[in-house]
Design a protein around this ligand. Structure first.
Ligand code: AP5
Length: 213
């Protein structure tokens, strides 16, 4: 099963992708996580991507396309995968479609998670992420057992640099301009399913499973 999760920043793509990956035993592939670890390692990709990410802009298509095409050709993707944060532009979507077609493959479903902007700001400003294993928390809805410490690995919890309110608003604008056209792109191909992301995590996950039946 080859899946894509689409949706505004903070709508819960990463949270739901992790649950889907565990449920269907397929890898979760997040371009945001891959780029953040490249930035942390100060790799060539990380150095190129860093300034785009901190200001809420998209990293250039050619960098993320090669990153993702290499990742989905790994053996652990043979039984499928869930893409979180890719594609994000029509150019990326087309490149993915072409590369999959060359391998005789295609996407199965694209799920658009949808929620109101005000709710998303509250989710993002109170998000904390482990600096070591990237596990995500929310100070109110999913707090860690000990303040500032990851339950999973004990790493320090940090606030993402792009989770400041002014940058969040820029990310929303970038989504509307560059990523929202993908809803139409996949709808026309009869590949789009929609889920109400305003609900609690488990309720959203139940809707997702229902859509994937
Ligand atoms: P990326 O990391 O993909 O960020 P994003 O799309 O802005 O999405 P987020 O990670 O902010 O939110 P999410 O929807 O995953 O929400 P989450 O589950 O964490 O990208 C970051 C940057 O990298 C981009 O700006 C760009 O620069 C670059 N980039 C990445 N991919 C790229 C690409 N393809 N092309 C070009 N550039 C790219 O949830 C948010 C919070 O809410 C958490 O605290 C969570 O615990 C909580 N929460 C989740 N669901 C619920 C719920 N139902 N109820 C209550 N709380 C909830």
């Amino acid at each position: 099963m080859n899946l894509v999760l689409l949706g505004m920043p903070g709508v819960g793509k990463g949270t739901q992708a992790q649950k889907i990956a565990a449920h269907f035993l397929i890898p979760k592939i997040s371009t945001g996580d891959m780029l953040r670890s490249a930035v942390a390692q100060k790799s060539e990709l990380g150095i190129k991507a860093s300034s785009y990410m901190t200001t809420g802009l998209l990293v250039p298509d050619e960098l993320v396309i090669s990153l993702i095409l290499e990742r989905i050709s790994q053996p652990d993707c043979n039984q499928g995968y869930i893409l979180d944060g890719f594609p994000r532009t029509v150019v990326q979507a087309q490149a993915l479609e072409d590369a999959l077609a060359k391998r005789g493959a295609s996407l199965d479903w694209v799920i658009s998670i949808e929620a109101s902007e005000d709710l998303l700001v509250a989710r993002l400003v109170n998000r904390r992420q482990c600096g070591v294993c990237q596990e995500t928390y929310h100070l109110e809805f999913n707090p860690p057992l000990q303040p500032q410490k990851c339950d999973r690995c004990g790493g320090e919890l940090i606030q993402r640099e792009d989770d400041k309110e002014s940058t969040i608003r820029s990310r929303f604008a970038v989504y509307q301009k560059q990523t929202f056209p993908l809803v139409n792109f996949y709808e026309k191909k009869n590949m789009l399913k929609r889920v109400n992301g305003n609900e609690a995590v488990e309720v959203v996950f139940a809707q997702l499973l229902e859509q994937l039946k």
